[in-house]
Design a protein around this ligand. Structure first.
Ligand SMILES: [Zn+2]
Length: 481
């Protein structure tokens, strides 16, 4: 059975955390710290959580300095519900909160083009609202907020999953801004991130080219081979790459090149096979050009597992809460964005999308790692204009004004209702667990990270250690003594 707390009581609990959601979302939007640099953004969340009575379990969690865990418990500890807060911004997507492409007044070039300031705010708000409800109603359980750093690059959830940090949960909740209101009942692709380096020998390209060995040629052979390989992969596969380093001058034989590549497919088995093939290609390209290849396989995720019982229940709550009550100014803002983007001027979504039946999409998310450990489900709430895309200036603009905030608050309403159900409905928890067991079959979770990958590859120098560095000292001061 669903929870018995009255709807109005839940509404009031979420209304009470609205200022918290607004503070987090505004502060993190202003900071616009990119993945693995989100020291202050993590602190913004921790300050609110500690202020609300949560305990800091860890900072620098699982080797990621800007990740954290915070929790609150009442009673014996069970059931345990997780909240996947994210807070990293994207480079180059800074924008003023106006309905046109315009740099921020402070000149900051990064921005929340994926609305992660809203994700962290909405989930933290939901966790704090739930705590108040649990206290008022005497409901036992544990609420654990995961500070999921660097979702856009080398997501902390993969590191957390390797350490089993989702294993004791009964369920895990998340949400993502988007143009529509929908339950994220989709399958997302598994992926690997690779850097393929080639080392050759420099020489004067005009006078003595025979003394050189070209790393650029190795890269060309490798890229060509990858494009031939495509024909023999299943249609679900995606291979995309950029030439990150490709030489500096045509009159010098290039001695160093680097390809940055993403390999995606429907599941880990297929991604593993493609990555193994690409390693062979790198070796073959090196052989053909008498250079050396070095493949750095530094990151990867699983495919995202849906969960039918959770998706169906979430759909009920989403339909109950509905889309935010947009003001005429917000609709006008959205239409102005659409005009600038050359999109139909349909404003902001006013309807909830019917439950989708697990379509496979080409994108990936590190939420997948949680979904293999515990029943996991999320929603998309409208926080940007219809037809507009994430990772655009318009998404940044909306995430920095009332449209984004309304989306985060509406998401918190749905997540709080869902959280209450999970805490009080043992049948729902059992059904969700059985669904996960059926989907996993006899697959044993194996981290996509190689054992030697102890920390993210692109960790900034000033944050490189086990996480207990001065830069996050601010967090430690918040820890209860
Ligand atoms: Zn995102």
């Amino acid at each position: 059975m669903a929870n018995t707390v009255e709807s109005q009581t839940i509404v009031r609990a979420v209304e009470a955390v609205q200022p918290t959601i607004a503070r987090i979302s505004a502060a993190v939007w202003e900071l616009a710290e990119v993945g693995l640099h989100e020291v202050e953004s993590a602190n913004v969340h921790l300050r609110e959580l500690v202020g609300a009575g949560f305990r800091i379990v860890s900072t620098g969690t699982a080797g990621v300095p800007t990740a954290f865990l915070a929790e609150w418990t009442q009673g014996e500890g069970e059931p345990r519900i997780g909240f996947l807060a994210e807070y990293d911004a994207l480079p180059g997507l800074g924008n003023a909160p106006v309905p046109r492409q315009e740099p921020r007044a402070d000149g900051k070039s990064s921005g929340h083009g994926c609305g992660h300031n809203l994700i962290g705010a909405g989930l933290t708000g939901a966790a704090i609202a739930l705590k108040a409800l649990m206290e008022a109603q005497g409901i036992p359980g544990t609420l654990r907020v995961y500070g999921c750093a660097a979702e856009e690059t080398e997501g902390a959830k993969v590191y957390m999953a390797r350490e089993g940090l989702f294993a004791d949960l009964d369920a895990c909740l998340h949400w993502h801004p988007g143009p529509i209101a929908a339950v994220i009942n989709v399958r997302m692709a598994a992926n690997d991130s690779l850097k393929i380096e080639f080392h050759g020998t420099k020489a004067h390209a005009g006078i003595e080219p025979w003394k050189g060995r070209s790393a650029l040629h190795a890269m060309e052979v490798a890229a060509h081979s990858v494009n031939l390989m495509r024909e023999h992969l299943e249609p679900t596969a995606r291979l995309h790459y950029v030439f990150e380093a490709a030489g500096t001058a045509p009159n010098v034989v290039t001695d160093y090149t680097r390809i940055w590549m993403k390999v995606r497919d429907a599941d880990r088995r297929r991604v593993n096979a493609a990555t193994a093939w690409i390693r062979q290609i790198a070796e073959a390209a090196a052989l053909a050009t008498q250079t050396r290849a070095h493949v750095i396989h530094y990151y990867g995720v699983h495919d995202l597992l849906p969960n039918t019982p959770l998706a169906e229940r979430m759909q009920q709550h989403l339909e109950h809460v509905g889309t935010p009550a947009w003001t005429e100014e917000e609709q006008a803002f959205a239409r102005a964005c659409q005009r600038e983007l050359g999109l139909p001027e349909h404003g902001l979504a006013r309807q909830v999308v019917p439950l989708q039946h697990e379509p496979t999409i080409g994108g990936s998310s590190d939420v997948a790692e949680a979904s293999w450990a515990t029943p996991t489900m999320g929603i998309m709430m409208p926080s940007l204009p219809l037809h507009a895309s994430l990772h655009t200036w318009a998404a940044t603009a909306c995430a920095g004004m009332s449209i984004g905030l309304q989306g985060a608050v509406a998401a918190a309403h749905v997540l709080t209702r869902m959280g209450l159900d999970l805490l009080s409905d043992a049948e729902l928890r059992a059904a969700a667990r059985a669904d996960l067991a059926r989907r996993k079959g006899n697959y044993t979770y194996q981290s996509p990270l190689l054992p030697e990958q102890r920390q993210p590859l692109n960790l900034p120098q000033w944050l490189n250690s086990d996480g207990s560095v001065e830069a996050v000292a601010g967090m430690e001061q918040l820890a209860p003594t």
